[in-house]
Design a protein around this ligand. Structure first.
Ligand code: DX5
Ligand code: ZN
Length: 218
């Protein structure tokens, strides 16, 4: 099983000091940073855009930018995020656009690509795309806001996707996002997840270093 990766979600950091939040993660020796991009349409909230991502790069943030596009029309924006410095761009399966072509375009732009599914979306919806992705992101809350409770009814979905990964000998990472703390991360790990987004439990922790160290030993 792949070593666990913690991807702290900058959404839960101080938005007037995004670079400081990202720097804290880098200084703790973490490799990934989760960037939640919201359009106020696919999800009922707004966050930040490609200019913020580019500014983080200009400030010398060296992290692997794990970019989660919660957009109704992600195909219109993948190029902007690739140019801004994203390393991985994940797109949702729910909106109606050409998913396969958009994943291929993300690769063409030099990034890794991921497919995301909401809690109400069955695993079968992404099954045909599994061979084409570097990451599958299973939402463990309804996307749009940080700080929501973990949905343990997503564990069977994780097990199913992990089973397909083994059967087909595929190498994608399996990421979870929403309500992740040490306890829920351990449940997800046991169900096959290897990549863990954490907003509140990292940025609002009394001791983010201790949290990161514990996550590394999941
Ligand atoms: C939810 C976002 C998450 C969010 C997670 O819409 O996709 O990445 O930041 O926040 P926590 O960890 O607080 O549930
Ligand atoms: Zn996210």
């Amino acid at each position: 099983m792949a070593a666990p990766i913690l991807s702290p979600s900058l959404l839960a950091s101080d938005h007037a000091h995004l670079a400081a939040g990202a720097r804290m993660a880098a200084d703790l020796g973490l490799a990934w940073l989760h960037l939640d991009i919201m359009d106020g349409h696919f999800v009922p909230n707004l966050s930040f855009g490609p200019e913020s991502v580019a500014a983080l790069r200009r400030h010398g943030i060296p992290l692997f930018f794990d970019t989660h596009l919660m957009l109704s029309e992600p195909h219109r924006y993948v190029e902007a995020f690739a140019r801004a410095g994203s390393n991985l761009i994940s797109i949702h399966i729910e909106p109606d656009y050409d998913h396969a072509a958009t994943l291929a375009r993300i690769r063409e732009l030099g990034c890794e690509c991921g497919i995301v599914l909401n809690p109400d979306t069955p695993a079968s919806a992404i099954e045909p795309l599994l061979a084409q992705v570097d990451l599958v992101l299973v939402m463990t809350v309804q996307p749009g806001f940080g700080g929501q409770p973990f949905r343990s009814d997503m564990l069977p979905k994780l097990r199913q996707i992990d089973a397909w990964r083994r059967e087909r000998n595929l190498g994608f990472r399996l990421e979870v996002d929403g309500g992740i703390d040490l306890a829920t991360a351990a449940e997800c790990r046991a169900a096959g997840a290897d990549t863990f987004v954490a907003g509140t439990s990292f940025f609002k922790a009394d001791d983010p270093a201790a949290f990161a160290a514990a996550m590394a030993n999941l």
